[in-house]
Design a protein around this ligand. Structure first.
Ligand code: AMP
Ligand code: MG
Length: 309
């Protein structure tokens, strides 16, 4: 959902359309590496290395901002979040718009992020002037956010580009302590990560353990509700293992499409009107960092661990 990142009035319109709190900063999108220097106070060496390796791509870097970036865009902060997306349509739009597009995900604040144009229409159809339909999203979960303003860079939001992939090119990197959500007194450093987010309307619990045990436990829990009121979030490989409830697949564990399908699956439960959801865990996926972060946020951190016995 884009607007001119250098125009303070545009930011206000974006916040209004999304119903987003205005202390939650926007990401500034560029489509040429040379557009970075004018909007930041400096480009640390590690940021250059990361940009060379992962831009264009789903990596957002937090840098000290230059004066031309209005505080309305950065939620009042002295830093700015910058990303260079790889999508061709996004790139052309950014260039046509003058090079700097402030753009959050095009959903109503608090709802699962959109992964199709249909999801955008569902949430924002009446609030915005136009939707460009570029087809199904490539990755699905939001970009990795990394703060490179300090010596040891910190991941503020896990994403498709994992901690290991980052550590490989710049060495030591840490996860923001506020990310786990377990200790409520430690606030996440990315203002947006503190909100209940990515959430379906129904209450959700994640079940983690050995595959067969998880299926058995979910069957047992689901049996306590009328079939039409209970949702089960599974994968392509386990979809047919359940006998009771509205079963939705997030994607295939074997083909690593869970990241792409998670939000679509959560929205499907909203359409079905289920009141409770039990979800398989996806902690074993090689992209589990981002998937489990979003899944547990959607579940309000409710998870049941099954013992091996
Ligand atoms: P979205 O636009 O929905 O992908 O969300 C943008 C995310 O980036 C939110 O979680 C923001 O809090 C985070 N963010 C944007 N700018 C900054 C910044 N300067 N410092 C820390 N986090 C930021
Ligand atoms: Mg968002």
């Amino acid at each position: 959902l884009g607007g001119n990142a250098l125009d303070e009035k545009a930011a206000g319109k974006i916040y209004a359309a999304k119903g987003r709190p205005s202390d939650n900063p926007l990401i500034v999108h560029i489509a040429e590496f040379d557009k970075l220097a004018p909007i930041v106070a400096e480009i640390p060496e590690k940021a250059k290395i990361l940009a060379e390796k992962y831009w264009p791509g789903p990596l957002t870097m937090i840098l000290p901002k230059a004066d031309i970036v209005p505080r309305e865009t950065t939620g009042g902060l002295d830093s700015v979040a910058v990303r260079f997306p790889s999508d061709r349509i996004a790139q052309e739009l950014i260039l046509a718009a003058g090079g700097y597009v402030a753009a959050p995900s095009a959903n109503t604040s608090g709802r699962p992020s959109p992964t199709t144009a249909g999801h955008v229409a569902e949430d924002l159809g009446d609030a915005i002037d136009m939707i460009i339909d570029g087809g199904l999203v490539g990755i699905g979960v939001e970009s990795t956010i990394i703060d490179v303003t300090e010596d040891t860079p910190t991941i503020l939001r896990p994403g498709h580009i994992t901690k290991n992939m980052i550590a490989k090119v710049i060495g030591t990197v840490q996860m923001d302590a506020g990310l786990s959500g377990l200790d409520q007194s430690v606030k996440p450093k990315a203002p947006g990560m503190k909100y209940r987010h990515y959430a379906p309307k129904a209450s959700m619990t994640v079940i983690q353990g050995k595959k067969e045990a998880v299926i058995r436990r979910i069957e047992e829990l689901a049996a306590e509700y009328p079939k039409e009121k209970v949702g089960i979030l599974a994968a392509d490989e386990t979809l047919s293992c359940y006998t009771h409830g509205q079963v939705v697949s997030a994607g295939s564990r074997n083909e690593h499409t869970i990241e792409q399908g998670l939000y679509r699956a959560l929205r499907e439960f909203d359409h079905m009107g289920v009141s409770v959801i039990f979800s398989e865990s996806f902690a074993d996926d090689d992209r589990s960092e981002a998937i489990m972060n979003r899944l547990l946020k959607a579940a309000g951190q409710k998870i049941e661990y099954l013992s091996d016995k």
